[in-house]
Design a binder for this molecule. Sequence first.
Ligand code: FAD
Ligand code: SF4
Ligand code: SF4
Ligand code: SF4
Length: 383
Amino acid sequence: MEKYLQVKATNPEILEKAENGGAVTSLLKFLLESNTVEGVLNIKKEKDVYDGIPTFTTDPDELIETAGSLHCAPTMISDIIARHLKDEKIAVTTKPCDAMAIDEIIKRCGINRDNVYMIGLNCGGTVQPIVAEKMIKLFYDINPEEVVSEEINKGKFIVELADGTEKSVKIDDLEDEGYGRRENCQRCELKIPRKADVACGNWGSSKGYTFVEINTPKGEQLIQNAIDNGYIEAKEASEKQIKIRKKVENIMIKMAKKTQKKQLIKEYPDEMSEIFTRCLKCYRCRDVCPVCNCKVCSLEKPYYEEDPFAEPDPLMLHAIRMGHMAFSCINCGQCEDVCPMEIPLSKIFQKVQLKYREETGYISGVTEDKPMMYSGEKEEIVE
Ligand SMILES: Cc1cc2nc3c(=O)[nH]c(=O)nc-3n(C[C@H](O)[C@H](O)[C@H](O)COP(=O)(O)OP(=O)(O)OC[C@H]3O[C@@H](n4cnc5c(N)ncnc54)[C@H](O)[C@@H]3O)c2cc1C
Ligand code: SF4
Ligand code: SF4
Ligand code: SF4
């Protein structure tokens, strides 16, 4: 749609707590107070900045507690909608990977797009909470418990203490030592969630404002209604601001492609039997994958006539998962995060998706049509 705005909350409490201009919290509050949605699914800080948890809020007064960005919260929230909220009218905050996952689940008929307001967040990457704590001890020489907020800005991971002191280290330096953003985030090339109704971020924004790109007519109407009802004020983004944002986006995409080459260099699928012999068949990778949503999972069907309860061997397990969803892998990294045997799952699956993309042009979570390898069997979704 190519509509770009600088947006600011009118509520001072939101402005105080928000990451940038409080556009996201204001839009969510408007959607709840106008009864456009029944609830909001987003991320809330619990104990500390390493403890971001998905939360479903129906009380607009409680939304203020969810304002602010948590970079150490890699949690996907899309499959929560498919599993628990698919009949509700909701608003959800979506990083690009969340938006891509929702798109893939929509293609599998798990979520009705009309029921969902997607308030997108641009994303430069997330850090594993445990890695973040270790990294802060090691590189910042401070007790991670003393950190009250963190942000990623201008290529640096910045932490703030209660007395206002800030310490920062270059992301490149952290990543060279195996810390910093998760590896899948380093390879992630979708930085602005254009499948969301609006995409919000700080790139190109004036101080105290959120830069909002409007992506859908629904998003456009939402912004207009929020302005008319006094929740936000908005001004057009200047040509210069739009250019700056585009430039940063392009740099991030270029860096991700470079990292893909570096990290995906091994010919994984050829070495599959070697890698997968480590697999314990704990099924965590399947359970956490936002794209895996079949009602009756093929991995639970009997495979051996003489023993109907036998599970597939590890190689077959992964071959089945690959055949069912690798072409739709959105590189969220969750499978690799949870694998107790440190199998490089998201690298393997992303590599297959990129190969499939090369052959068919299908970009998971982005291309409008269903993938060519999609079959009706996958239309059955967990209830
Ligand atoms: C991990 C992460 C990385 C980001 N990287 C960039 C970037 O590189 N460039 C850029 O332009 N913008 C980035 N953003 C977006 C930016 O930080 C702000 O969220 C955005 O500008 C909106 O600001 P706001 O004041 O309107 O939001 P607020 O009113 O403060 O609302 C923020 C909303 O985000 C939700 N939220 C917080 N953490 C998460 C999370 N991990 N996953 C899903 N929802 C969450 C909160 O629950 C809240 O509803 C990033 C955001 C996140 C969460
Ligand atoms: S995979 Fe991409 S969108 Fe998702 S958290 Fe990582 S960088 Fe952000
Ligand atoms: S295979 Fe792994 S990286 Fe790909 S979508 Fe599933 S959980 Fe995410
Ligand atoms: S999480 Fe790891 S060990 Fe468990 S089934 Fe998946 S690949 Fe195997």
